[in-house]
Design a protein around this ligand. Structure first.
Ligand code: ZN
Ligand code: ZN
Length: 324
């Protein structure tokens, strides 16, 4: 048990369904519950401060609106949320659903950082833990602990009991020992400041101070808030509302409106059934824009060994609902 995730790929595939413990039962093995995290008093002040700044910046949105800024917001939502988080942090780094060059990994890790959801190290560790304990005590963000908790409140409290290095070694050893990922980890805030300054410069150059303010408020504050809530909906809504294709031990659901704002990540029951699979849309109507991007990257030779539907299901005993 010392290293469930030393080989995350195998851990994903071999994860046996375990009976769901009752809500009150205390898990063993350093998996603090919601109550224990709150009682510990270990607040994640960096995240709280970050979220306050973003949501305060959002208040300036109605006064700085321009169509150019709206287009920029949608574009950057896709680049940072879609390419950075859904493809990069999630399907590539957390679940190794494909193989690629080292520089491509760093590129997607950088785009993911620009989504404002924390460093690749913490994100991957938290998400692997979510898969290990989905909707059981110790899951970092389960709606069993309340929908508001699973959406955002879980971010306010540390997930690692004060031992970040130990936590990373356990859940993200592959990333924790990678000097490139360590560098991206340190660059989290500078990257955002650089992006903000870049947008300020482009705005000022193209339309003076009014456009500069518009691009910064919308391209940074509005876009980052929009990206954060999109991702959080996967943790909250996709564990509460929608239908199920597979019998998993958690409450994961396939939710079309979450899939819409997360480029296919809303097909979350499919994903929990086959975590390593890079393809999340399994039925013809389950449109998966992130997987379309992965196919495009494969076509130009930037990724390979993509875990597709057939490969991902091979040898699996996961029961498909309504198939018999
Ligand atoms: Zn989930
Ligand atoms: Zn996942």
């Amino acid at each position: 048990m010392a290293s469930v995730l030393d080989t995350p790929r195998k851990a994903d595939l071999d994860r046996k369904p375990s009976p769901r413990p009752s809500k009150r039962s205390k898990p063993a093995g350093g998996h603090p519950t919601k109550e224990e995290r709150i009682e510990s008093g270990r607040m994640n002040w960096a995240s709280i401060g970050w979220l306050i700044v973003l949501h305060v910046g959002l208040l300036a949105a109605p006064f700085t609106f321009t169509w150019q800024a709206l287009a920029l917001t949608v574009f950057l939502h896709w680049v940072t949320g879609g390419l950075g988080i859904c493809l990069g942090y999630h399907r590539l780094l957390t679940h190794t659903g494909m193989q690629t060059y080292r520089w491509v990994r760093y590129l997607f890790a950088t785009l993911g950082s620009l989504a404002g959801e924390g460093s690749p190290l913490d994100w991957v560790a938290d998400h692997r833990k979510h898969h290990q304990l989905s909707d059981q005590p110790g899951d970092p963000h389960s709606p069993h602990d309340g929908s508001f908790w699973s959406h955002v409140r879980w971010v306010f409290y540390s997930t690692h009991e004060g031992d970040r290095e130990g936590y990373l070694k356990r859940y993200a050893p592959d990333l924790a020992r990678d000097p490139g990922m360590r560098f991206i980890d340190k660059m989290f805030l500078p990257l955002h400041i650089m992006t903000g300054v870049l947008l300020l410069g482009i705005g000022y150059w193209t339309g003076g101070w009014a456009m500069a303010a518009s691009l910064v408020v919308w391209g940074m504050f509005v876009r980052l808030t929009f990206v954060l809530h999109s991702t959080w909906l996967v943790n909250s809504a996709s564990h509460m509302f929608g239908y199920r294709n597979y019998e998993t031990t958690d409450d994961s659901r396939n939710n079309w409106w979450v899939a819409l704002v997360t480029y296919g990540e809303g097909w979350h029951n499919n994903h929990h059934a086959f975590p390593r699979m890079a393809r999340h849309g399994h039925k013809w109507w389950e449109i998966d824009l992130t997987f379309m991007m992965i196919r495009a990257l494969k076509a130009v030779g930037l990724v390979w060994d993509v875990v597709d539907l057939e490969k991902g299901k091979k040898g699996s005993k996961t029961r498909e609902l309504g198939a018999e």
